[in-house]
Design a protein around this ligand. Structure first.
Ligand code: J2J
Length: 543
């Protein structure tokens, strides 16, 4: 498969974005080279578990050597490589090596299991898969063995950390650097994962030009520069910690990225003190946890200037607690791996910071708020958010049917979010039209989980909806109709079945309820709205 499968910007838009200076004609590979030339001895990556502190020169050299090793193993421009790594320094070595040769990382999350990984590898015809031997009590080599057996295109499994077992250690791959022709700025850099609202996850094709714009655009808004120290708390490959401004934004600015091995205050607070962390990003449940823990901590958190919170709606009440507890400025961020990212500005009035999800990075981000018939609503009214701009994709990778539904004919992306825009141009997220559960920032496509439940022989039909959760915001409730004549089935058996089918743990329903029928809409379709209301009424937290 080739990059032609990725819809791109029409020529007149590309020209406009270049002329406006948004697309600078840089690639990730050259960007790192430049930083290494400008300040070779500055520390780029700190991995506290491994005890490593790589300078820009170290990272540059490592990426070059690994790129050479990949090339001599036949990995070439345009090849796809599924990267599933925890927050370790090698993550950056691997992705910059791939960026240099123009091979595309496919970003998997550490939580993904056989179902997701097999799909990513098969769909992208991946030639290689990069893992750590073990992480969080899970043996990724076992996952790799299964994947390797199932996917015929997969020629290599590289193990970045720990005993490689039957596979090749990444440390053995590096070779003396050779010359190679890198990608062009308008080539694809990687495939990012969509939160998804369909049975099959969609992949997001991002170019060097467009993603690098989202990085420096974010840096300007979040005041990230060479003195910034970014703590990467969330899984490094997720779009938020990768790019808003995230690790890659920080590297673009010549700052320092500190990899946090876990999200708890006990792990993060000592690192903030030791490394003088200035900025980090969290999903709302973690932001709540940190604001609760901060007043009692013995650690000095005074270096922290900015806390970004996004991925799911942050309540106004919680937002108000950030500055008193952590002593830093809150920046709400409403972003999506498909592109558009909104931030509250550092100098916005407090009321704006705590009650809105920010405004777009770019003057060329186009925002439309429309009704169900795609007609624009009156200013300030609530509706569907559509967007188009210099770092928002024009289509998913290799998914023409999805694209016809997810994009308008004019190339606007249908975000699936319900929003309103305030007089100052700030966006307030009011809800969601897409069939997705946002479990504390982790996105779950209802249809994907439903399909797995439906595979159970005793199940006749299934519907998965969000229900309120005091900590996560939302969690998952599955309503199941059993086949007539099927023996009794317990909720735990359904959960186990889904887990054993190799679905990531965060997608396993939190609650399973058996019913005889589903509520219906006027036209006889299943009413998810009624199911959601029923779930909310009976959610354990509501009693
Ligand atoms: C409400 N909903 C939000 C917010 C995202 C920065 C920050 C987040 C993401 C991300 C990202 C929200 N309030 N503040 O990629 O670069 C929901 C919306 C959105 C979807 C995108 C980034 N911030 N959301 O979360 O691709 O529903 O990206 O459409 O994972 O998360 O999810 P995702």
């Amino acid at each position: 498969m080739s990059t032609e499968a990725a819809p791109t910007w029409p020529a007149e838009f590309a020209e406009r974005y270049r002329a406006a200076g948004w697309w600078r004609g840089e690639t990730f590979g050259e960007m790192l080279r430049q930083r290494a030339e400008e300040h070779p001895d500055r520390v780029a990556i700190v991995d506290p578990v491994a005890g490593s502190r790589w300078t820009y020169a170290d990272l540059d050299r490592r990426a070059d050597r690994l790129a050479a090793g990949f090339l001599s193993r036949g990995i070439v421009k345009g090849d796809k490589v599924v990267v599933q790594l925890p927050n370790i320094a090698e993550f950056f070595e691997v992705i910059f090596a791939l960026f240099r040769i123009g091979a595309l990382p496919v970003f998997a999350l550490p939580a993904h299991r056989e179902s997701e990984i097999t799909y990513f590898c098969e769909f992208t015809e991946a030639v290689a898969y990069v893992i750590a031997a073990e992480h969080g009590g899970y043996d990724y080599r076992e996952l790799a063995s299964k994947t390797h057996a199932n996917v015929s295109t997969l020629r290599h499994v590289f193990v970045a950390q720990g005993d490689p077992g039957e596979f090749e250690a990444l440390s053995e791959v590096a070779e003396e650097p050779v010359g190679y022709g890198g990608p062009r700025p308008d080539d694809l850099a990687f495939l990012q994962l969509s939160g998804g609202s369909t049975g099959i996850p969609k992949l997001i094709p991002r170019t060097h030009d467009d993603y690098i714009y989202s990085l420096w655009g974010s840096n300007e808004i979040c005041a990230v520069d060479e003195n910034s120290v970014y703590l990467c708390v969330l899984p490094a490959a997720h779009n938020f910690p990768l790019s808003s401004p995230g690790s890659l934004g920080t590297l673009y600015a010549g700052g320092r990225v500190v990899l946090c091995p876990g999200p708890s205050p006990e792990v993060a607070f000592p690192l903030i003190e030791r490394e003088g962390v200035t900025i980090t990003g969290l999903v709302p449940p973690l932001a709540l946890l940190w604001t609760e823990a901060a007043p009692g901590t013995a650690h000095d958190l005074s270096s922290l200037d900015v806390l970004l919170v996004g991925g799911a709606k942050f309540s106004e009440e919680a937002a108000r607690r950030v500055r008193p507890a952590l002593g830093c400025t809150l920046q709400q961020v409403f972003g999506m791996a498909e592109g558009l990212v909104n931030y509250t500005r550092l100098d916005d009035p407090v009321e704006t910071i705590v009650t809105t999800q920010g405004r777009p990075i770019s003057p060329d981000d186009e925002i439309l708020v429309v009704d169900d018939e795609d007609q624009e609503v009156a200013p300030g009214e609530t509706g569907h958010l559509l967007t188009r701009g210099p770092y928002t994709i024009r289509g998913y990778w290799n998914a023409p049917e999805h694209n016809a539904r997810s994009f308008t004919e004019d190339g606007f992306y249908r975000t699936g979010d319900i929003v309103r825009v305030t007089g100052s141009g700030h966006i307030v997220v009011e809800g969601r039209a897409k069939d997705q559960i946002n479990r504390g920032g982790e996105k779950i496509a209802a249809e994907e989980v439903e399909n797995h439940i439906l595979a159970h022989p005793a199940v006749h039909d299934a519907n998965v909806v969000a229900e309120p959760d005091p900590y996560l915001g939302e969690r998952t409730c599955a309503y199941v109709i059993l086949r007539s004549g099927a023996g009794p089935l317990k909720a735990v058996a359904v959960k186990r079945f889904v887990r054993e089918r190799g679905l990531a743990a965060y997608k396993v329903p939190d609650r399973v309820e058996f019913v005889d029928a589903f509520p219906q809409t006027g036209v006889g379709k299943v009413s998810k709205k009624d199911l959601r209301n029923a779930a909310a009424r009976t959610a354990p937290s509501s009693s």
